[in-house]
Design a protein around this ligand. Sequence first.
Ligand code: MGD
Ligand code: MGD
Ligand code: MO
Length: 785
Amino acid sequence: MKFGKQPAPVTDINEDKLSVHKPKTEAAGLKAVTVALERAVAQAGVNRTARSLLRLNQRGGFDCPGCAWPESDKKRKAAEFCENGAMSVAEENTLRTVGAEFWARHSIAELAEKTEYWLGNQGRLSEPVVIREGETHYSPISWAGAFDLIGEHIRATTPDRCVFYTSGRTANETAFMYQLFARSVGTNNLPDCSNMCHESSGSALNPTIGIGKGTVSLDDIHDAELIFVIGQNPGTNHPRMLSALAECKDKGGKVVAVNPLPEAGLFNFKDPQTVSGLVGNGTPLADEFLQIKVGGDLALFQALGHLLLAAEEQNPGTVVDHDFINAQTDGFAAYQQSRKELDWDETEKATGLSRRQIEDVAGMLIRSKATIFCWALGVTQQPHSVDTIKEMVNVLLLQGNFGKPGAGACPVRGHSNVQGDRTMGIWEKPQEWLLEALDGEFGIQSPRHHGYDAVESMDAFERNEVDVFVSMGGNFALACSDTEALEAGMQRIGLTVHISTKPNRSHIVHGRTSLILPTLGRTDKDDKHPGGAQFLSVEDSMSVVHSTQGRLAPVSDHLLAEPVIVARMAAAALGPDYPVDWKAMAGDYDVVRDHISRVLPGFENFNERIRHKNGFVLPNPPRDTRSFATDIGKGRFTVSPLEYLTPPPGHLVLQTMRSHDQYNTTFYGLDDRYRGISGGRRVIPVHPGDLAELGFADRDLVDVVSTFQGNDRRAEKFRLVAYPTAKGCAAAYFPEANALVHKENVARVSNTPGFKAMFVRFEPRTGETELGVESASLLEAATDV
Ligand SMILES: Nc1nc2c(c(=O)[nH]1)N[C@H]1C(S)=C(S)[C@@H](COP(=O)(O)OP(=O)(O)OC[C@H]3O[C@@H](n4cnc5c(=O)[nH]c(N)nc54)[C@H](O)[C@@H]3O)O[C@H]1N2
Ligand SMILES: Nc1nc2c(c(=O)[nH]1)N[C@H]1C(S)=C(S)[C@@H](COP(=O)(O)OP(=O)(O)OC[C@H]3O[C@@H](n4cnc5c(=O)[nH]c(N)nc54)[C@H](O)[C@@H]3O)O[C@H]1N2
Ligand SMILES: [Mo]
């Protein structure tokens, strides 16, 4: 069944009860705890909630699937979780199930009209189902039947017509087996959510500091004198980070927030795990708020580099760490030369900040002896993202902010094991050493040519060059760009296989034949093995590898663990004579870990070390030894031209973001509490001045048109709301706005979609009655924070 034209019904404006109030200026506190517990109990009941939340992020418990922020290796609080972690666990713990009856009741045509919110709320998938060409409904299939079908389809095509997607919840052992499976089939087509997330960070860090990961530990965050939080909304997306920032502040550290939006979590934090946090005033966080224009960060860090070097020239030996630069880096002279002159008019235009503001922040940098830059998607999803991050590295290198306490680079990852998946070899561009090690360990021949990333996979769907698409978690149809083209492309694929916990849009815009394979989640007990219960491992944002083990009884007896699913797919596709013992790995995860310990550096004695109380930390040359394992053996200064986003007349720059009630493409509710937006998601926050200049009013109902290289994309029915965002910049929620992102709009080098770099205009929807909206005046709020 095909349905191409209409935009994906992510949310329906007719179901909105939108109300908009002033954004909050503090995050967490009592409200967060009560919201979390209420939602958890509603989904899973009191007992299940208590059992799961008490094991969240505890030793011997399970790793929170909410984000990749690390746990403390010292004393853990009784409740080492946040509101959003609890909501994400509650989502998984739900007692509602989606089985044969559900699929018999609802045809694909009917489900295609449902919102994603509705779909995700139906419950946990409870048995494998299939839909074949010409059928209107999914129906049950045995596990054996499902694996036979997968084997047949893979054997019937050529390796590079198969694509193996991974979402970042996948644990290390599963990820290792999965990449081995793809390479055994004969392809490096291993796109992952990282391609859409922090790929720009890896692309900038690998050549400059020799590792595609952050260089700080949690202690460093506590000990820093100055922390920048750039393009990140930790109050919603990494709430436990706020306790770490608060600890840094308590010790006298300072925080600079760089963001077009006045995000609540950046300003004040009430730690819900302390009494004063529940009832007191909380800890003020940001000392400076740079309300930057979307895409203006490259200009900002060029200006900061310029100011640091100018200060050094005035007072030699006080700002720049020459010993470090001489011993450990390359390219300083060229960088210094490039930063000599600065066009302040253009810098102010690019950033929307005043020279004075930038000079003040440069002063803070100059005074700090230990600085950390934390960043997330606000700087990774624009055409010039890789250059922006390289420019941030330049400023860190200048002051020698690597390999000393309280200093370093901290890309704050998203999915709880997205970093670990890459460490395990989920990468479409594997390095030769990895392939050689795999070949040596298993006696196989891995393919050497690189595979498709996420955007290239979409292109291949469109060209009809994909016969099998396997999705290890995730919701690719809604996560990637150009929704309409992507959905049409997915429907051309011969077989789509979705290994999932909950129903989502990707199951509905399925291939000609499609399987949904229900799997265990993080909180579920995984004990149907000859050797009894098994545990898995993950790696957090700070390269700490630790174990995770669910304890709850799964909602259905028909769920298989992810490693078992991978093993059985592989066995079905590759046959009994293939030299990898999949069955041994699926039966005992220690076997997988033994293989990993021989293939991946840093995992020596994996099985022993993973059983240590706090797991273990992977080697990190900049952090451990102040050295850089780049091709030249040194840290690298780089020179990038100035670049920022200049929309055509009548257009604004649109960024997409997550709401407070959302985990990527799944929604817990329709509110965005900290931003003061509730009851609806089809909104476009716009600066009041821009609204006036464009001739619109608060609450106008519009269609949004985004333009890229002469081509337009349209998404219907959004409401404009006056909001204190940076001038010239608007925002919309992911994934409602993904239909607006042209797939050609990508970051150079990393090929990450330009999710925060669209040029949009608004077209009034005439002749429609206004929907009921309640809105407090936000005009004064723009200067209120
Ligand atoms: N509760 C919850 N937690 C999550 C997730 C979730 O959906 N829900 N998702 C997880 C995942 S996969 C990820 S990757 C992370 C994402 O974590 P974030 O990166 O915090 O996620 P976004 O919502 O995309 O927020 C981007 C922030 O960047 C700002 N921004 C936008 N453009 C610019 C710019 O040009 N410059 C600057 N300086 N700032 C800009 C936005 O205003 C916003 O505050 O969160 C993870 N944690
Ligand atoms: N416009 C816009 N688009 C974006 C972004 C943005 O900022 N703006 N951010 C991008 C980013 S950072 C990311 S990471 C991607 C996210 O892209 P994905 O990772 O593909 O999407 P998710 O919404 O996290 O996936 C949700 C689905 O995962 C399945 N799932 C949940 N838990 C498990 C599990 O334990 N095992 C298995 N097998 N399945 C599970 C459920 O079925 C659920 O429906 O989206 C990207 N897309
Ligand atoms: Mo992400």
